[in-house]
Design a protein around this ligand. Structure first.
Ligand code: PEP
Ligand code: MG
Length: 324
């Protein structure tokens, strides 16, 4: 299937209207990096760091992590990699950390909540990332930020780490982007100051959708019940894009939906200019985007939303038949 899209590899995802969408890939293992050139992705929009912690029987050492992150950065050959700090808890429990018996782990002690309660682990990981960057550019994002105050607290931990590196005489990143993942509806309503303070926002569509619809992403009984391309969710996502645009803050979407061509088209139509997906999805998404007038699709989606239409999947399918 990858071969089918090989001719698109070097071409941008630009619609017939000239609107360009940056397509990035998700990764979580060193073994994923070879897909970066072959997929046609511009960079790694989400590097999940949990796996390195999950496959070990004890807490990895800072030097081991640093060596690994440095290999990841090297394998990206200058392309941007957005490292997400540890998102454990929920369904991913570390074998060497005391497991809490939580009734609702997805809404429990996970991700940045663990990071802020056990800042030693967060600081160790940040230090490993800074050392791996070795004076080059670095992009880091904190998972599951729910309030502005949590982002501030995470940044305060980062500031401590930076001060320590300066003291040790280690080089700081030449350009350091610090972002937040927007995965809970509450963060969409954070004060404008949050959107100005953050260097970039990455929408974690998988978690955001489960909390928007109150439908467990792991539960087969409800997981397919609510559509990403429903007017309610899309109106909400539009608000997120508008708030980021108003603050001049780059925003990207990195849930599984970004890798489905129709979903990717609608996300682009409502204003996302950056999507991150599994490597094999980059070709098919690019293939569709290059055939469509994204501005016109955006006008059609907006008109449908204004008219109160809910089934945007049906609407955009019909629109594509007519305008293709
Ligand atoms: C998400 O929630 O959409 C996301 C990208 O993170 P994960 O799937 O790892 O929870
Ligand atoms: Mg998530």
């Amino acid at each position: 299937a990858q071969e089918r899209y090989a001719s698109l590899r070097e071409l941008p995802a630009v619609g017939t209207c000239g609107t360009q969408i940056a397509l990035h890939m998700n990764a979580g293992l060193m073994a994923d990096l070879p897909s970066l050139p072959s997929s046609g992705a511009e960079g790694v929009g989400l590097f999940r760091t949990e796996l390195q912690f999950l496959i070990r029987s004890q807490m990895p050492k800072r030097s081991e992590l640093s060596a690994l992150y440095s290999r990841v950065i090297g394998a990206a050959h200058g392309k941007r990699v957005a490292f997400r700090t540890l998102d454990i808890g929920s369904d991913k429990v570390l074998p060497y950390m005391k497991a809490n018996d939580e009734p609702n782990p997805a809404m429990g002690w996970r991700a940045i909540r663990v990071g802020l309660d056990k800042p030693g682990i967060l600081r160790m990981q940040l230090q490993a990332l800074i050392r791996a960057a070795n004076g080059g550019p670095l992009a880091v994002m904190f998972p599951f930020i729910t309030l502005h105050s949590e982002f501030r607290a995470a940044k305060a931990e980062l500031d401590k780490v930076l001060a320590r590196e300066v003291k040790l005489g280690n080089p700081l990143p030449s350009k350091f982007e610090v972002g937040a993942m927007l995965e809970t509806p509450s963060l969409a309503y954070a004060p404008a100051a949050f959107f100005k303070e953050v260097d970039f926002i990455s929408v974690g569509g998988n978690d955001l959708k489960q909390f928007f619809y109150a439908a467990d992403r792991e539960n087969e009984l409800v997981r397919r019940r609510y559509d990403t391309l429903n007017g309610s969710f899309l109106s909400f996502l539009k608000t997120v894009v508008e708030r980021c645009n108003a603050a001049g803050t780059p925003v990207s979407f990195c849930g599984e939906d970004a890798g489905r061509p129709l979903e990717a088209l609608v996300l682009s139509a409502i204003g996302f200019r950056s999507l991150s997906m599994r490597p094999a999805s980059v070709g098919p998404v690019k293939h569709l985007l290059r055939q469509v007038d994204i501005v016109a699709a955006g006008q059609a989606v907006s008109a449908a939303l204004d008219a109160g239409e809910q089934d945007i999947r049906e609407m955009i399918n019909a629109w594509l038949v007519e305008h293709h």
